[in-house]
Design a protein. Structure first.
Lengths: 288, 259
């Protein structure tokens, strides 16, 4: 699905003393199958943007176009488009309410009034997809699971809707490093299997490059950079303007470059940076 | 949310919470003692005057009145039809009477004033101040064995978590809508559509309560009257003026009904 935002602004509590402008004139186009990261500091409007992209929030100004349909609150065409977008909010495990994992994940497909066999098939697919084998997990209570497992259940309950567009708001928040890594691997596998559009909202700059190709930086409700993820993440100045610090490997490479080392600075992941430094070290004839 | 505290520096905002509680109590009782139209209008004007002084947008006051629209509507309807008197319009065996319309009107006037006065109080007084004021006002009751400091702490915590929980309700509703929950359909389906919202809210509320209890204990909280407060309440001449003006107002309104 093609998503397009034209001059989108959003003000919370408009017309009251508490009014607060979260987004300011956002233009953004996302093509089918694209993987994009929305990055920005706390309070930059990331979550608001995620909800607008998902069609759950109608912005106070501007247009949201999903394929050829302009979003409105109550039209049935809006609803049918919205169903093709899956959104997992921050800390999605908080939304869990059912007695068993199976019923939790089946909630969405059941609301779509799918036949029972299809629901079952989707639940099994989604649970396998997030690495929770249905044989062991389907009949357990979700509240007895660990935090990481609950997050996977919540993710499965979005995947079972088989969305064309998957929006994840801070999917790795509150997970330990290995949990973060596993979750991102899982997102990658999912994308290569379904070719869905992926929108990942995050402030974890170091890891995001593992899952997206494009990145947009949001600051104070405005997009201040948009482009290939490595180019965006190695632009220290723009990141600093948004109050973000560049990933540690990028900072190190910039310092080496300033010290006269022949290094490329757009190596964002630690292992890439290590390889780049080794290459430069050898190019210098192995001198420190 | 209508009646939610909005920080400001107006005279009304800066009054001592005890003075404000007393003034609000007097003003809320007065509508029931003001049978004369003049007294009633004077009282309404006085309340609107306070609202202007506190810089409350009149639109948001109207919004608070809207919250009781249906209760007011139904009660007005009942009064209009059930009060005996000269019939104006008859529908079958029941009829609308003039005295019924009047009684309904008075009732709505009282309801509106009650709502406006109480929301003025919460609009200009932070929940913490309010609880502090109540605790100070009720403290004599500890003499007869009421656990006033504990009750006040419970109230402070409850008030403190109203916005938090309302935010959570919003968030969970959005999350469930994202997975296809839609509050439409027949009444049974609509009631069922609240289950995915309330279960997570209860789970979160219990978790939060447990964390809060641990945090309070870790910081050495113990209930009881030995606790002192960071912010001491001080009555100033503003409070004296407010009390005097309100007392004068009460005398005039009550007096007007004996003229």
């Amino acid at each position: 699905m093609h998503i397009e935002l034209l001059g989108v602004s959003h003000t919370y509590n408009a017309g009251t003393p508490l009014s607060h402008m979260a987004l300011h004139g956002i233009d953004l186009a996302i093509s089918p199958g694209e993987r994009i990261g929305i990055l920005g500091p706390t309070g930059s409007g990331k979550s608001t943007l995620a909800q607008i992209l998902a069609g759950l929030l109608v912005p106070t100004a501007g247009k949201v176009r999903l394929d050829d349909v302009v979003l409105r609150t109550r039209s049935s065409r809006t609803r049918s488009r919205r169903r093709r977008i899956g959104l997992a909010l921050q800390y999605p495990e908080e939304q869990i309410f059912e007695q068993t994992v199976f019923r939790e994940v089946a909630f969405g497909p059941k609301r779509l009034r799918l036949p029972r066999a299809e629901v079952e098939q989707r639940v099994h697919w989604a649970l396998n997809r997030v690495g929770l084998p249905p044989e062991t997990f389907a009949h357990r209570s979700p509240f007895t699971l660990s935090g990481g497992e609950m997050r996977r259940v919540a993710l499965a309950s979005v995947l079972s809707l088989r969305p064309d567009v998957l929006i994840l708001d801070e999917p790795t928040a509150g997970l330990d490093p290995s949990g973060r890594r596993e979750l991102l691997d899982l997102v990658n596998e999912l994308h290569s299997e379904t070719q869905c559009t992926l929108v990942i909202v995050s402030h974890d700059l170091g890891q995001i490059v593992r899952v997206v190709d494009r990145a947009a930086i949001l600051n104070a409700g405005q997009i201040i950079a948009d482009g290939p993820v490595r180019a965006v993440l190695s632009d220290r100045q723009t990141l600093a303007n948004a109050g973000l610090s560049a990933p540690a490997p990028v900072v190190l490479l910039h310092r080496l470059e300033a010290a006269g080392w022949p290094v490329q600075t757009d190596r964002v992941l630690p292992e890439e940076a290590a390889a780049e430094i080794y290459r430069a070290w050898q190019a210098r004839g192995g001198r420190p | 949310m209508p009646g939610m505290y909005v920080p400001d520096e107006t005279v009304v905002h800066r009054l001592d919470p005890r003075a404000k509680l007393a003034v609000a109590l007097v003003l809320m009782v007065l509508p029931f003692y003001a049978p004369s139209v003049a007294g009633g209008l004077l009282l309404a004007a006085f309340v609107i005057g306070i609202a202007l002084l506190a810089k409350v947008p009149l639109l948001s006051l109207l919004r608070t009145i809207y919250t009781i629209f249906w209760i007011g509507f139904v009660m007005f309807f009942f009064y209009a039809f059930t009060t005996p008197g000269e019939p104006l319009v008859s529908v079958g065996s029941i009829s609308v009477t003039l005295s019924g319309l009047l009684a309904g009107g008075v009732l709505i006037y009282r309801l509106c004033l009650l709502v406006v006065i109480s929301s003025l109080l919460t609009y200009t007084t932070s929940p913490g101040q309010l609880a502090h004021g109540l605790e100070a006002t009720l403290s004599p009751l500890t003499q007869i064995g009421l656990p006033v400091p504990e009750v006040s702490m419970v109230m402070t915590i409850a008030l403190r978590f109203v916005p938090t929980i309302s935010d959570q309700v919003d968030r969970i509703m959005t999350a469930q809508r994202a997975r296809g929950a839609d509050p439409t359909g027949n009444p049974l389906e609509r009631v069922q559509s609240w289950v995915p919202v309330f279960v997570p809210i209860f789970v979160l509320a219990f978790q939060r309560a447990e964390q809060l209890a641990t945090a309070m204990e870790a910081r050495g909280y113990r209930g009881g009257s030995q606790r002192t407060s960071l912010r001491q309440l001080h009555l100033s001449w503003h409070d004296a003026v407010a009390a005097l003006v309100t007392a004068g107002m009460a005398l005039v309104v009550v007096g007007a009904s004996y003229l």
